[in-house]
Design a protein around this ligand. Structure first.
Ligand SMILES: Cc1ncc(COP(=O)(O)O)c(C=O)c1O
Length: 377
């Protein structure tokens, strides 16, 4: 049976990228590799929409999250964490691991943070040094209002905005310079259509000012070393050579596609999937603004998400993600990131219909596919 990955990371990788990565390894301290790094630097700046450097780290996304904290803050600093899901929770864990004082805004799963709460907290407590947020909270399918939060932090010289854009960068507009985000991180196994193993991070001038006084321990993820190396088209440590070569190919394709089309692609696939699921009587878990990286659907309670996930795997070779923590057993999540197109999307919707029909859910067979085709056309 043909296998499909519809998880919001890892994602399918285009064949031409796999072919590039299958070529014999090259050494990284060579003109040949420097030329690749140069192209990747330019391509990442295009996707991050920034004049700043975008660092290429050999780690999963969490490494860049940790680097964002370690490179900007000081021992004992207080940070404001938006915790509306698994990854918001992770910001809190990272900050605590570095001995920071953490104030959390607990957001109901499926809901987006209200920026007014952030503004009030910052007004009430001038000792808060940073706001830590997910642009897209993958565990709930929510898009938090990064732009509105940035408007708040931009008014303050003593507060930075650190954004986890791991399922946001390359998915929907998140213009780093224009919005005034201070640290933005991304990951390879998401919109970048690569296997896991690379993370990206960019810092604003304001974040670099914070860096001057930052005294948290840092070595492997010391962004100053990455900056110095990037200017010479290299990396401080041995880079993930193969993934970087793949990334150059992906970024070349993204340039051809164009940033606006890249965002539109995710928007269309997400819109079609959401409406298709509604047309077959499924409720969408995300209650506020949807991230276009994925669709989180509530499985009919009498069936349960585990049976839907199992059916998709056994009958169609399709892997989708389940829910975590409070959403465990309740939801299944279908991804629109990675090498996924219109036909893949119609296929997963058809497979969900077939699976639900077999499991006894009552709806008009084909209604979801018809809705998706209508939107995708
Ligand atoms: C929003 C978000 N943040 C952080 C992470 C963690 O990234 P990684 O698993 O690559 O360390 C993920 C991965 O799923 C994510 O979706």
């Amino acid at each position: 049976m043909k296998k499909y990955v519809f998880t919001p990371g890892p994602v399918p990788v285009p064949n031409e990228v796999l072919v590039e990565m299958a070529k014999p390894i090259i050494h990284h301290r060579t003109a040949e590799f420097e030329d690749i790094v140069k192209k990747v630097r330019d391509g990442l700046k295009y996707i991050f929409q920034t004049e700043q450097e975008v660092f290429i780290l050999a780690s999963s996304g969490t490494g860049a999250m940790e680097g964002a904290v370690a490179n900007t803050l000081c021992r004992g600093d207080k940070v404001l964490v938006v915790n509306g899901g698994k990854f918001g929770e992770r910001w809190g864990k990272i900050a605590r691991a570095y001995g920071l004082k953490v104030e959390e805004i607990m957001v109901e799963w499926g809901r987006a943070v209200d920026p007014k709460i952030i503004e009030t907290k910052l007004n009430d407590d001038p000792s808060i040094k940073a706001v830590l947020l997910q642009a897209s909270e993958t565990s709930t399918g929510v898009m938090h209002p990064t732009d509105k939060v940035a408007e708040i932090t931009n008014k303050r010289d003593d507060v930075i905005l650190i954004v986890d854009g791991i399922t946001g960068v390359g998915v929907f507009p998140l213009p780093f310079d224009k919005l005034g985000i201070d640290v933005l991180v991304g990951g390879s196994q998401k919109a970048f259509m690569l296997p896991p193993g690379l993370a990206f991070a960019s810092m604003s001038e304001k974040a670099w000012k914070f860096n001057e006084t930052s005294d948290l321990p840092k070595f492997y993820f010391n962004f100053k070393d990455y900056l110095k190396s990037a200017e010479k088209n290299t990396t401080p440590w041995t880079p993930a050579v193969t993934l970087t070569i793949g990334l150059a190919e992906v970024l070349r394709n993204f340039r051809e596609e164009g940033l606006e089309n890249l965002h539109k692609r995710h928007q269309n696939l997400s819109h079609a999937t959401r409406e298709a699921f509604k047309a077959i009587g499924l409720e969408i878990y995300t209650k506020d603004q949807h991230s276009t990286a994925l669709t989180a659907a509530i499985a009919p309670p009498e069936i349960g998400a585990a049976n839907v996930i199992k059916g998709l795997k056994e009958n169609f070779g399709m892997t989708v993600a389940g829910g975590q923590d409070e959403a465990k057993g309740k939801i299944f999540r279908v991804s629109h990131i990675g090498y996924i197109d219109k036909s893949d999307t119609v296929a997963i919707i058809a497979a969900v219909e077939s699976t639900l029909k077999k499991l006894g859910h009552k709806f008009e067979l084909g209604a979801g596919v018809a809705k998706a085709i209508e939107i995708l056309d």
